[in-house]
Write a protein that binds this ligand. Structure first.
Ligand code: SF4
Length: 294
């Protein structure tokens, strides 16, 4: 009896990903999209075009009509048509750009115009400047800018960080992924970073959801209850921009007019590796599987 339990515990002990920086996500994962300059996409949809992807978001075969879950593919769609197609207005036609803070990662634009947009499996998408989330054909990578990080963040939270999560009207997916970052696989706690139930015990706030009116005062009280210095992280398209609910009278986002986030985490939901990499970069920690030496 005892030996059986012992084996289970041992197998759990070696389950965590030792080198997070070497973890690779499958191609089907929709991470940072890559845009192609419309002027360079000379032959839209032509598989001979060097910019054409070998796979589409979701792994759908786009080679013939009727693919893409029954919808007719239109490889010749223009940036203007894509802008009209996007449910959250994340795409701008001129100049051609895509706002990761609004993107739901539904993949529809990549299915309709693979010559202009394709999704990679790169989960490094965190930024500490809202404007950096608007990617263009020239964008090749995203990471928090160390020059924009407040000094007290790296000075105070470089070894230990407790976060309070507030779901302000979210549907639970990003909250679930944030919880998964602490599981036995990702084991975010190995770096001294963890979630706490009380804002009085927290060093920072992680906000998810589009900020419903009913939660507006609650999240403000929670933020005020955290002692200085503190940091603010907004996770997911709903929290960054309102997502599908942007403009709804049922949400109240005035909190962000008063407090500037220290970190933006795109995704819908946010992947645990996006979250872990973003927080590690913000607090000046090396993104590996090793614990930091004191
Ligand atoms: S993947 Fe993002 S940019 Fe493309 S249609 Fe969906 S929400 Fe819009």
């Amino acid at each position: 009896m005892f030996r059986t339990k012992f084996r289970v515990l041992r197998s759990h002990g070696i389950q965590y990903i030792k080198r997070l920086d070497e973890a690779a996500l499958p191609e089907i994962f929709r991470g940072r999209p890559v845009l192609t300059d419309p002027a360079e996409a000379a032959h839209p949809g032509d598989p001979q075009n060097g910019d054409a992807p070998t796979h589409t978001a979701g792994g759908d075969d786009i080679s013939g009509p009727g693919a893409c879950n029954g919808s007719t593919t239109r490889p010749g769609m223009t940036p203007g048509e894509l802008a009209a197609l996007c449910p959250t207005g994340a795409i701008t036609a001129t100049p051609f750009s895509l706002d990761l803070g609004r993107c739901l990662f539904c993949g529809e634009c990549a299915r309709r115009a693979p010559h202009l947009i394709r999704f990679t499996n790169d989960y490094h998408m965190a930024a500490n400047d809202r404007r950096a989330l608007v990617i263009t054909p020239q964008t090749t990578a995203l990471t928090p800018d160390p020059d924009l990080v407040r000094r007290e963040i790296t000075r105070t939270f470089g070894h230990a960080l407790k976060l309070r999560e507030v779901c302000a009207g979210g549907e639970g997916s990003t909250e679930m992924e944030l919880g998964a970052s602490m599981n036995v696989n990702f084991d975010f706690g190995r770096y001294g970073i963890d979630f706490t139930a009380s804002p009085r015990h927290a060093d920072g706030l992680v906000l998810t959801g589009p900020f419903t009116e009913n939660m507006a005062r609650a999240l403000e009280l929670c933020y005020e209850a955290i002692a200085e210095p503190k940091l603010l992280i907004v996770a997911g398209a709903d929290a960054i921009s309102g997502g599908l609910f942007a403009g709804s009278p049922a949400i109240d986002r005035r909190f962000l007019d008063r407090v500037a986030p220290d970190l933006y985490l795109p995704g819908n939901p946010v992947h645990p590796l996006t979250f872990i990499h973003g927080v590690m970069a913000l607090t000046g920690r090396p993104f590996t599987g090793k614990k930091r030496k004191r």
